[in-house]
Design a protein around this ligand. Structure first.
Ligand code: C2E
Ligand code: CA
Ligand code: CA
Length: 620
């Protein structure tokens, strides 16, 4: 039995103490009456002192002694005392049995035989949770009875001895069944059906005991979350998803057993590992890193499930436990924070919780809280970054959101957009940006500003929202007047999931009717394949700044050339982003890029500044 299983049994035995005491205290005085009618009452009185005074007082002290906070060793000692106590209390009835059957009065025999059978039944029922205890107690109660019948030495008594043996067997059988049931339901309460690993409850209990036991030592806790597991489930079905989880669990157990670590499944695709103890923090931390790396590489090995070759990675958060005074759940939270950080940094990684990380998470939380009021407090604004053609003429712009908070100052969209995506606030934020951008576009169209396109960034999370098309159409109808001369482009990033592809295709088709076109942003940094590009209806491809930065290198040049070729074949306009120098610009032009965006021409600017730039800009 492991730690947490014991814990239930401790609690169970704890409850039984009072029941056993009550049962004995209420029934034992019956023998005083016996003494009054049949004997001298002396032995009964002495026995009664034992039954309703000495043993109950001792039992009650054991009852009071128990606390969840006892160490495992203390609990084991306590449980052993309880076992002796229960055994003694039950078998004490045999004292009266021996005393009464030694009398010549048969009435006394009958009564004490009945009582003895009664205690046997009680022991089999109430002590069933402890296999050894009920076995020895029932035998110790029933054996004197059987011996007694044999000693009487008559035909009827042989038959009764036989019946006693049968009854004993039945009692033991019933108690064993109850015991099996208790053990099984306890197993179920602490284990996960799918993987047979311990579950969350199990984990919290071993964590709790571990923290309590090893206050001055160290152990590590890993929180492991599989990456993109939902995609496996959604695309290949739950059967394969389940099989994958089982296989992952099997690998985790294999490795953990080698290192004497404990594994549990917290739920879904989330697992936990708790290590054994280390004397020094450094040793613990190093082992944690080593084990996490081994585990991650183990998880990443190919899985073959029903003829599918699957690959999965995981994000692992690590926390080191050492202080018995803190709430064990705190360590789980720390590991959780670290795990989320690993997800945030592109998944497939290991991050150890530190105080710095805590500060970082707190910062994020603060941004999250303040961002929530950004719209209402009018802290958001839009900037426009010009896009120029090969003749340096501004032909359009990209809309970039800006946030200026009174407490935090200016925060870049690269910081707050991912947070908004995480929290879902992007839906509200995106709608706000769209409204403001549409207002501007309509105004420019009416004022005949000489530009052709305005690009707006749209997060995948927004597009996949089921109300997205409705929201865009409603906003469009509300703010854009008929015959708008400016083409609206939505910039989206590449998506990995084929599941999302069909809904994306549908969205693009529906918005096409409103003249809204789509562009692939940050091309070359994501997951999209060429077939993906050809499947969705696009008008533009934006080559990411990371390629532009190094466009003088031969290898990068080749890559850009490849991207341009693909785009041209698909009839897409090519925009180079983040163009900062003339030499970059020249290389890109040689490679046939159509449009250029970057600090070389202009940083993102306000609406008014952009209008000025447009009117000044003419074809070379
Ligand atoms: P992005 O869509 O790739 O936007 C281009 C980013 O590169 C912008 O940063 C822009 O200021 C910057 N940039 C442009 N030219 C240069 C250059 O020559 N040198 C350098 N160093 N940087 C250049 P920004 O405005 O900070 O935006 C960062 C990211 O935030 C954007 O990347 C986009 O993913 C996201 N974002 C910005 N506005 C919005 C928005 O309204 N909605 C959504 N969903 N995301 C937005
Ligand atoms: Ca963009
Ligand atoms: Ca970009």
């Amino acid at each position: 039995m492991n730690v947490s299983e014991n814990l239930t049994f401790y609690k169970f035995m704890h409850r039984q103490i009072l029941i056993i005491i009550a049962l004995n205290v209420f029934t034992a005085p019956g023998y005083l009456l016996m003494g009054y009618f049949y004997t001298s009452m002396v032995y009964e009185a002495i026995w009664l002192v034992l039954m309703i005074l000495i043993l109950p007082v001792y039992g009650y002290s054991l009852y009071k002694q128990f606390s969840i906070n006892m160490t495992i060793v203390q609990k084991e000692i306590w449980l052993t005392k309880i076992r002796y106590f229960m055994f003694t209390y039950s078998v004490a009835w045999s004292l009266m049995f021996v005393y009464y059957i030694s009398s010549d009065n048969l009435e006394m025999h009958y009564i004490t035989i009945a009582t003895q059978i009664g205690s046997g039944v009680v022991a089999a029922t109430l002590l069933a949770s402890q296999r050894k205890l009920f076995f020895f107690t029932v035998i110790s109660i029933m054996l004197p009875l059987a011996i007694y019948f044999l000693v009487v030495g008559q035909l009827f008594s042989y038959i009764l001895a036989f019946f006693t043996a049968v009854l004993t067997t039945v009692l033991l059988y019933a108690a064993k069944n109850t015991n099996d049931y208790i053990v099984k339901s306890n197993y179920q309460a602490y284990h996960d059906k799918l993987t047979k690993l311990g579950n969350r409850r199990y984990f919290l209990e071993i964590l709790e005991s571990s923290v309590r036991e090893f206050g001055n030592k160290y152990s590590y806790l890993l929180l492991i979350d599989l990456d993109y597991f939902k995609t496996v489930n959604d695309t290949l079905g739950h059967d394969i998803g389940d099989e994958l989880l089982r296989e992952v669990a099997r690998r985790m157990v294999m490795l953990s057993n080698k290192y004497d670590n404990n594994v549990a499944r917290l739920g879904g695709d989330e697992f936990c590992v708790l290590s054994h103890v280390y004397d020094s923090e450094d040793e613990c931390l190093n082992s944690a890193k080593l084990f996490s790396e081994k585990l991650l590489s183990e998880i990443k090995q190919t899985y073959i499930i029903k003829e599918n070759h699957l690959h999965i990675s995981a994000s692992i958060g690590v926390s080191v436990l050492n202080n018995s005074s803190v709430d064990p759940a705190k360590y789980l939270k720390e590991a959780d924070m670290a795990m989320y950080e690993a997800k945030y940094h592109g998944r497939d990684g290991i991050i150890v919780f530190t105080e710095d990380l805590y500060a970082l998470v707190q910062d994020k939380l603060q941004i999250e809280r303040l961002l929530y009021f950004a719209i209402a407090n009018e802290e958001l604004s839009l900037n426009y970054q010009p896009q120029v053609n090969t003749n340096d003429k501004v032909i359009g712009c990209e809309v970039l959101v800006r946030w200026n908070n009174s407490k935090l100052g200016a925060i870049g969209p690269d910081v707050f957009i991912p947070i908004a995506e995480d929290t879902g606030y992007i839906i509200e934020l995106g709608e706000y940006i769209l409204i403001e951008a549409f207002k501007t576009i309509n105004e420019w169209s009416k004022n005949d500003l000489a530009i052709q396109t305005v690009s707006i960034n749209i997060s995948m999370r927004q597009i996949l929202n089921k109300d997205f098309v409705n929201m865009v159409v409603k906003t469009y109808n509300q703010y854009i007047e008929p015959n708008c001369k400016i083409r609206i482009i939505f910039e989206i990033t590449e998506t990995s999931s084929s599941d999302n592809l069909s809904s994306l295709k549908e969205t693009i088709k529906q918005l096409k009717e409103y003249g809204i076109a789509f562009s692939i942003d940050d091309f070359g940094t994501g997951y999209s394949s060429i077939s993906y590009l050809s499947e969705i209806s696009l008008v533009e491809l934006k080559i990411d700044k990371t390629f532009v930065d190094k466009c003088s290198e031969a290898k990068q040049k080749l890559l850009i050339k490849l991207m341009v070729d693909i785009a041209k074949n698909l009839n897409l306009t090519v925009v180079a982003e983040g163009v900062e120098t003339l030499s970059q610009r020249k290389i890109l032009e040689e490679m046939n890029c159509d449009l250029y965006q970057g600090y070389l021409f202009s940083k993102p600017v306000t609406k008014e500044e952009f209008q000025k730039l447009c009117t000044l800009s003419t074809d070379r």
